[in-house]
Ligand binder design. Structure first.
Ligand code: ASP
Ligand code: CP
Length: 311
């Protein structure tokens, strides 16, 4: 295993062997999970704290499940009922958790860079569970694992990431991971929702869904992240769906065996039609969630190996 760092703060900067090794390990955990077995000795005596300053269903529960399946003591800190509400700062909260000798700290925060800041203040290995519009590294890993399971590879695939790219940490982590692994990445959306950095990231930009989806192997839809928008960056939900929502007609432009992905939570009828989201052969949205547990087990395993080396 070649993972070079103490923390997992971003996909940017990881090299192909680091990513490939993490995916291979995650694949073995996916098989273990399907067999119903666990490995409760691996993180025995380790403490994992989930510190979520933003809402989450999938990421928080899958980190909890991943930690428990590997034998860690898992604590879910509910920020909404914590002393953060009494004015305690992020860094004071971190030192408090540090004093409890937490080993693995999983952090979601609305500010880009917050997990990185914490990683400089605590002894624990820090995992970024989504920071502002910056990165969501474990999401990109689980997406890559899901794609690899269906297509057998990442290299050379055409992946169209569609919708609100500008506000999406999922898109940013995926752009880094997929271009690093040799996929051909397209971003598709209205000009207001495509970030200026897209060209620098080595992806192709499309403003028309039919052109962007033409010949795609993978179609990844994103939620409109209105909580991160200032002012009217998009027309009504109905208009957005007409031009950028994924329905059968638009999907027909992608390859006939293309898969449809969505990180969740979905807004049905806004960025994706229900018939596509629930499509029995094309939609892999449920499998993404399943692979989320496996990838998070792999990340916890690898970071805990690093902690052992540092003792
Ligand atoms: N759940 C993902 C995130 O937290 C995507 C989304 O919220 O739309 O970034
Ligand atoms: N995909 C994702 O991060 O989902 P949650 O926001 O529910 O964790």
């Amino acid at each position: 295993m070649t993972y070079p760092r103490k923390h997992l703060l971003a996909i940017e900067g990881l090299e192909p062997p680091h990513i490939a090794d993490l995916l291979d390990l995650a694949e073995s955990y996916a098989l273990l999970n399907r067999s119903g077995k666990t490995q409760r000795d691996l993180l025995k005596g380790r403490t994992l704290i989930n510190l979520f300053f933003e809402d989450s269903t999938r990421t928080r529960t899958s980190f909890e499940l991943a930690g428990k399946r590997l034998g860690a003591d898992v604590i879910n800190m509910s920020v909404s009922t914590s002393s953060v509400n009494k004015g305690e700062t992020l860094l004071d909260t971190a030192s408090t958790l540090n004093a409890m000798h937490c080993d693995l700290l999983v952090v979601r925060h609305g500010q880009s860079g917050a997990p990185s800041l914490l990683s400089q203040k605590v002894d624990a290995a820090v995992i970024n569970a989504g920071d502002g519009t910056h990165e969501h590294p474990t999401q990109a890993l689980l997406d890559a694992l899901t794609i690899r399971r269906h297509k057998g590879r990442l290299e050379g695939l055409i992946v169209a990431i569609c919708g609100d790219i500008a506000h999406s940490r999922v898109a940013r982590s995926n752009m880094h991971l997929l271009t690093t692994m040799g996929s051909r990445v397209r971003v598709v959306g209205p000009p207001t929702l495509i970030p200026a950095e897209a060209a620098r990231l080595g992806v192709e930009v499309f403003h028309d869904m039919k052109a962007g989806l033409a010949g795609a192997d993978v179609v990844m839809m994103l939620r409109l992240q209105r909580e991160r928008m200032s002012g009217g960056m998009v027309p009504s939900a109905r208009e957005f769906f007409r031009f950028y929502g994924l329905d059968a007609e638009k999907l027909a432009h992608a390859k006939p065996d293309s898969i449809v992905m969505h990180p969740g939570p979905m807004n049905r009828g806004v960025e994706i039609d229900s018939a596509i989201a629930d499509h029995p052969t094309r939609s892999v949205i449920g499998e993404q969630v399943e692979m989320g547990v496996a990838c998070r087990m792999a990340v916890l395993d690898v970071l805990a190996r690093g902690l052992r080396r540092n003792v």
